[in-house]
Design a protein around this ligand. Structure first.
Ligand code: AMP
Length: 216
């Protein structure tokens, strides 16, 4: 396994979560998604979950320190190479990630580039399995049986994320549009970023991803 830490950047619905799960399995990376960690806290009903629930359902960002702490509690870069999915979300988080977690570890950012107007349709039609987390799209990648997961032996039920409702998706896209430029500038200025065309089919995106990960 390559020990380079990978930082996945891209708009909501750009497919970075799906690609991260796949690459983690094939490439021996640990996949950490701050969105998933926050949703787990909400599902548990923990104090943190209660604090952030309203923020997620409104499509806004949770405060940087809270997310950083959660991330630190769930990563050990001495043990694994990670795919960071959903963190950093603003320039402050970019700097925190470098200072607190990445430090001297080799790392590269990968930007999943896509036209934003392709994304609304992707997100409102997105469903995921309650039990294994597998992601479907009702239009482009529907399950064989309506509402049920193809991969789970006990046919897990598919659900829609609360923040994949159209009105919230629009807010999440705005947050992304307002924050991404300085993040790209930072990684560009250090020549630490590679771009892939995320507007293609899943298989094609994956082969581009493998190429950029394997290139030095
Ligand atoms: P995601 O699953 O990455 O689309 O994230 C879902 C939601 O979780 C976001 O809309 C934010 O409310 C919250 N969230 C996830 N990651 C972060 C982060 N790095 N900073 C702040 N909020 C986050």
């Amino acid at each position: 396994m390559d020990s380079t830490q990978l930082i996945f950047l891209g708009a909501p619905g750009s497919g970075k979560g799906t690609q991260a799960s796949r690459l983690a399995k094939d490439g021996g990376y640990a996949h950490v998604s701050t969105g998933d960690l926050l949703r787990k806290e909400i599902a548990k009903g923990s104090e943190l979950g209660q604090k952030v629930q309203g923020i997620l359902s409104d499509g806004q960002l949770v405060d940087d320190q809270t997310v950083l702490k959660l991330l630190q509690a769930n990563c050990d870069l001495k043990k694994s190479a990670y795919i960071f999915d959903g963190f950093p979300r603003n320039i402050e988080q970019v700097k925190m990630l470098d200072k607190v977690l990445i430090k001297e570890h080799p790392s590269k950012a990968i930007y999943f580039e896509i036209e934003l107007d392709q994304l609304l349709g992707r997100l409102v039609n997105r469903r995921s399995c309650k039990s294994c987390g597998k992601i479907y799209n009702l239009l482009s990648n529907p399950p064989r049986t309506q509402d049920l997961c193809d991969s789970c032996p006990d046919a897990g039920k598919l659900e829609q994320r609360a923040d994949d409702q159209e009105e919230v998706v629009r807010k999440r896209m705005k947050v992304f549009g307002d924050t991404i430029a300085p993040i790209l500038e930072y990684y560009d200025s250090q020549s630490r970023i590679m771009r892939i065309n995320a507007g293609k089919r899943e298989e094609e995106v994956y082969s581009q991803l493998r190429k950029v990960v394997e290139s030095s």
